[in-house]
Design a protein around this ligand. Sequence first.
Ligand code: ADP
Length: 382
Amino acid sequence: MELERTLARLADGARQMSQADAAAVYLLDEDGACLTMAAVSGLPAALYQREPVTVERSPLDEDALSGRPIIVTDTDTDPRAANAPGDYRSALCVPLMQEGAPVGALHVYAAAPGRFDEEDAALLSPLADLGAVLVAAAREIALLKAQESGKAHFIHVATHELRSPVAVSQSLVRGVIKGYAGPMTDKQADLFGRVSRRLDFLESLVNDLLALAAGKAAGPEEKEPVLLNGSVGRTVLLLQPRAEEKGVALTLRRCPDRLVVQGTEDGLERIFVNLVGNAVKYTPAGGSVTVAMSRVKDGIEVQVIDDGIGIPEESLPQLFQEFYRAPNAKSSDEIGTGLGLAIVKDLVERYGGRIEVESGVGRGSTFTVTFPNVTVDRSSRS
Ligand code: ADP
């Protein structure tokens, strides 16, 4: 879309600069066999060539694509202009060349004969060069996007296939640990305990990779109004048993307004489950985690505050990178993949928000998510 708009501006510019009556930009396909009309200026809709034209059947382009501008002083007498649209009598065709190879052609037309000369060709050449660079850049970006989404699709399929064998193995191992297969020696119990922890890790890796791949493979996501108070409240309820089991006090400071964010239910819950889950995970027994929602000038702020192990200052810049784990987290007993915060950041930004962190070793951590442009739902009170 962006390229189309830019090429339309290029066609407008070419028409004005050469004082032509109409202009068109044609792009060459990958094989260099066909040209497709990509943008026009001043050309009546009836003259649009919607079907691609083979280069062979357009001698004007065939000549120009060899790398030099072609001037047609009268389409009535110049056989190369047999394909020129409408009743235009003059035409100038300037190739779009990228690193010595043609990527398309810029055409300008005029109703009167003899309207274009070498000076017009020289005037339009830099414009054509600019067009060629833009086309090459747009193609490069499209290729990178396709590769990225292909990779994400592969990860998605591979991890999805791993999910159920991991879950089945985990439940079998848990059964053995609980003694369903008979009593075990201490050595066996120790080994099975280790296997179970490895499987826990594998399970979270598979889930995080799936979430990451789903985010990357997704295009612009369908967003809908979601009640933020609900997502945050459900997260705290979900993680309360884990906090209790660990001896960490988990509290929620609610916001009296019912605030609506443009996002998805799943995505918002994933954001807070990750942040609150981390806070509980990296806070030792006896500590506390507070989730506080408050209105700020430009929207709503959700803070996840803990008094746990904290994050070394030098780790803060890398924290949201995929697979990064701070040294004190790695050396703790807590299992982690280093993918959670990368997923969180991606989602927060998709929903138009931002995330910040403040922390220091032994000082605890505060993660702040801010969503601007929230609306207040006045339909009922929670
Ligand atoms: P992990 O699966 O390792 O928890 P995340 O991507 O969720 O991965 O977090 C990346 C790293 O950020 C963690 O490994 C840890 O070093 C640090 N971290 C995140 N949240 C906290 C927290 N509340 N307290 C201390 N360290 C944290």
